[in-house]
Design a binder for this molecule. Structure first.
Ligand SMILES: Cc1cc2nc3c(=O)[nH]c(=O)nc-3n(C[C@H](O)[C@H](O)[C@H](O)COP(=O)(O)O)c2cc1C
Length: 189
């Protein structure tokens, strides 16, 4: 797949089919994070993979989903993520977090979509609850949770009009729309 097509397909999917993802594939995704660019090459990121229902059930309630969509508080039981990758920053390795988690996360979600697996990066996390639920040590900062599963929703990109309305929404057919600013509106010179 051409990079532009892959990036267009790599949307934030929040409703998933329940087909399982192999443990080894999740490890391959973490490997993409491992190989990604990072500040001073200090490689402070650590990862937790969850591919089991009982652990998934501990992670799910700590996540806040799609705040723009009112009256929807996340996927129903039969549409929930089948796997998660939690990205942690180890402060014992380096004090600087910066952009590292986002760069690793983008590698991971692109690698997932290359194989038809959808993902959603979630930063709005009840961190204290997740830390307790997964017994995460205090030197590890919880940066992002990546929810994963085969997409069970259609998402389209819309070209934004000049009204500065960036709010994503679902239409009457349950299609998720994501407005994107036009290239000429962000390219300053
Ligand atoms: C750093 C980051 C944090 C995000 N956190 C959340 C989140 O907490 N909950 C959520 O439902 N979506 C979250 N998202 C997904 C964004 O809402 C999504 O990227 C945005 O609506 C644009 O849609 P797109 O990813 O399909 O382009 C996050 C995305 C990024 C990059």
């Amino acid at each position: 797949m051409k990079m532009q097509d892959l990036i267009i397909k790599t949307r934030s999917y929040r409703r998933y089919r329940q087909d399982k993802i192999e443990d080894d594939f999740l490890k391959e995704l973490v490997n993409l994070g491992r190989l990604s660019a990072n500040h001073k090459n200090r490689q402070p990121l650590k990862y937790i993979i969850s591919n089991q229902k009982n652990i998934n059930n501990r992670i799910f309630p700590t996540l806040v989903w799609a705040k723009n969509i009112s009256n929807w508080h996340g996927p129903a039981e039969e549409e929930r993520p089948v796997s998660y990758i939690v990205i942690l920053h180890d402060h014992e390795i380096d004090g600087y977090v910066g952009q590292n988690p986002g760069i690793a996360a983008q590698s991971i979600v692109l690698g997932a979509m290359e194989h038809g697996i959808g993902a959603c990066m979630v930063a709005n996390i009840k961190r204290d609850v997740l830390r307790q639920a997964l017994d995460i040590k205090s030197n590890l900062e919880i940066c992002l949770v990546i929810a994963l599963g085969y997409p069970k929703e259609k998402i389209v990109l819309d070209e934004m009009l000049n009204d500065d309305n960036t709010k994503y929404y679902r239409d009457d057919d349950n299609v998720h729309h994501v407005p994107k600013r036009r290239l000429e509106d962000i390219l300053l010179s």
